[in-house]
Design a protein around this ligand. Sequence first.
Ligand SMILES: *Cc1c(COP(=O)(O)O)cnc(C)c1O
Length: 359
Amino acid sequence: MSRSYNFSAGPAVLPEEVLEQAREEMLDWQGSGMSVMEMSHRGKDFMSIAAQAETDLRELMSIPANYKVLFAQGGASSQFAMVPLNLLQGRKGADYINTGSWSKKAIAEAQRFCEVNIAGATPKGEFSVPAAETLQLSADAAYLHYTPNETIQGIEFPYVPDSGDVPLAADFSSTILSRPIDVSRYGVIYAGAQKNIGPAGLTVVIIREDLIAEPMAGTPAMFNYGTLTGADSMYNTPPTYAWYIAGLVFQWLKRRGGLDAVAVVNERKVRALYTAIDQSDFYNNPVDPTCRSWMNVPFTLADAELDATFLAEAKDAGLVTLKGHRSVGGMRASIYNAMPEEGVQALIDFMAEFEKKYG
Ligand SMILES: *Cc1c(COP(=O)(O)O)cnc(C)c1O
């Protein structure tokens, strides 16, 4: 067996320990005589797996008691609709910050349901976030939505927008669990699991209880936060196996010392990689240094003609899925929690070798 260092933006690398434990338990979960995949979601075995996962996530993120946690389906993309459907509460509009590709998708979806006020935006062609003091919030917005980490552009907010009494909704898909956050600043936090939590198919939603109310008329039951929270994420059959793997990831994070400890490692990883890029004339990262992502690092080569060679030789060196998003070009190294420091170092060493050879 030979595992590569996988820099995919998502679905992404999972911790090897987690995969090994899943393999151990694949045919017979803890003497139950069956795989987790085969269990009834209402049976006591799966219920214990589900409850433990929620307990561990609450502990890791210090989620206050007045927040519900959902293990849902439909991806972050469904949340683009669920947030307006549930949070508008009769109001006409909502504020959105537009910092890149995922913000744009969230905005496009919200525009089906309400007026969207752009409270702040990244200027075209730039890789930055608007300064906190420049945000133009509207007085009667139902909520403020933003994308803390733009997975494609590789930009991350260095601050939490201050929305006052207006609930703050955030698409944390690609940066959840990368470091501690203050959950109490948010009304709704959501994340597709396939970046930093677990397998695709699971969506984690953390929502303040008082925001769960009758949604817009005509909202399907599956898009109603109240339906899902009222049934403890089991209104329909939940993504049981993905939930189980997410639970193993949460335990792995706890064994590593929780999010404070994870943040220290992540910071070392990003510092090493950005330093390598900045110290070279051959590689370039376009992002304003004050808002560079901890999780997704896009970079270009001085000569784009070398992109294909770079990717081919990287693959031979066991470094895969480094191709940048088609909208940005170049390379992108996603270095989520599960990417070990050795993987980042292997990439840095390879980049130096490549530059020596072709630079
Ligand atoms: C990947 C991603 C999405 C899309 O998630 P799905 O689960 O595929 O719907 C949305 N927002 C961000 C920030 C992402 O990284």
